[in-house]
Design a protein around this ligand. Structure first.
Ligand code: COA
Ligand code: MG
Length: 295
């Protein structure tokens, strides 16, 4: 999952473009992009779209962002869409791993009711939209076998903490409270065995700014980034696809350890390479293979 594109779930025009955008994942949004008066209609449009789009060859994965667990909407969201078999649910504003667990148990029941394979619907949690969640980050580790991705959000956290801005005067660098959220998302995602996914870049006409932010995220270990506009997808896919030089280096490391199975450490062109590099190389090769499958 390199690029994850949000589409308001009640917007038929934007939905109709979804499969053509090149995104690895579509995030069909029932939450903030849909007004309370439209939630019911949005569930129906979303379920119809899921049922149709599941059949499309080479389609993106389809996740639905439901409403948060402290709203009156989320149970109806699940009831409205699970029978149409989304690949996963995005959970906004969790207060900790307990909310992921609660969603997972609700999905157990919903899957059973709909005759869908148990555990097949995955979860991505937006782990930094509430202050309490940031204090509960370790609780995401082991919260659910369904947890496949962890991402972070700056806009709702700004509102929650009353921050006047989340960027420094240069308009690009995150201020320190938001850097904390970002960095904890990265570490917790890795610790939970889930993909760490960087947050959205809202200035969708600023391609250069997006590229810079995505590159920094990829450098640090994030493996994908959310998008809000189709013109962000190609840049994100490019930045999060391992380059030929990276895969060649990884192959060399893997081959060196294969040639010396009893070695804990090897030298390649005057540089010490140990098991940590091997693990990194293997992860990179599996991401490269996934990127090839996704095109
Ligand atoms: N998914 C699919 N298609 C989209 C899209 C999206 N997220 N965003 C824009 N498009 C389409 C538009 O419909 C438009 O199509 P057209 O050329 O046939 O008219 C085309 O791409 C160009 O759009 P543009 O005019 O540049 O943007 P806009 O002003 O129509 O939309 C936003 C701007 C921000 C409202 C829109 O990108 C959007 O809705 N993004 C997702 C918002 C969201 O879900 N937020 C919640 C999570 S933060
Ligand atoms: Mg939000």
């Amino acid at each position: 999952m390199r690029s994850l594109l949000f589409i308001p779930a009640d917007d038929e025009k934007k939905l109709s473009k979804g499969t053509q955008t090149g995104a690895d994942v579509l995030l069909l949004d029932l939450e903030d992009a849909v007004a309370p008066s439209r939630k019911g209609d949005a569930r129906k449009i979303c379920a119809d779209y899921l049922a149709r789009t599941r059949e499309v060859q080479g389609r993106p994965r389809l996740f639905v962002r439901i409403n948060a667990l402290d709203t009156p909407y989320w149970a109806d969201d699940l009831a409205g869409i699970v029978k149409a078999q989304p690949d996963g649910i995005m959970l906004p504003k969790p207060r900790g791993g307990g909310d992921v667990h609660t969603l997972s148990v609700a999905l157990d029941h919903a899957e059973q009711g709909a005759g869908i394979a148990s555990g097949s619907i995955r979860i991505i949690a937006i782990a930094t939209e509430t202050a309490i969640s940031l204090l509960n980050m370790p609780s995401y580790v082991g919260a659910s076998a369904r947890l496949e991705g962890l991402t972070w959000g700056a806009e709702d956290l700004s509102a929650a903490v009353g921050a006047r801005t989340n960027r420094e005067a240069d308009g690009r660098t995150w201020t320190s409270p938001f850097m904390l959220a970002r960095n904890l998302c990265l570490m917790t995602g890795v610790a939970a065995g889930a993909q760490p996914i960087d947050t959205v870049f809202v200035n969708f006409r600023d391609a250069e700014g997006l590229r810079a932010e995505a590159s920094t995220a990829a450098r640090d270990g994030f493996t994908g980034k959310m998008a809000i506009h189709p013109n962000q997808v190609a840049i994100i896919n490019e930045v999060f696809t391992p380059t030929e030089a990276e895969t060649a280096e990884a192959e060399e490391i893997i081959a060196a350890f294969r040639a010396q199975p009893d070695a804990g450490v090897v030298g390649i062109r005057g540089k010490m390479i140990d098991k940590a590099h091997l693990a990194l190389a293997e992860r990179l090769m599996s991401r490269a293979a996934a990127a090839r499958r996704q095109g």
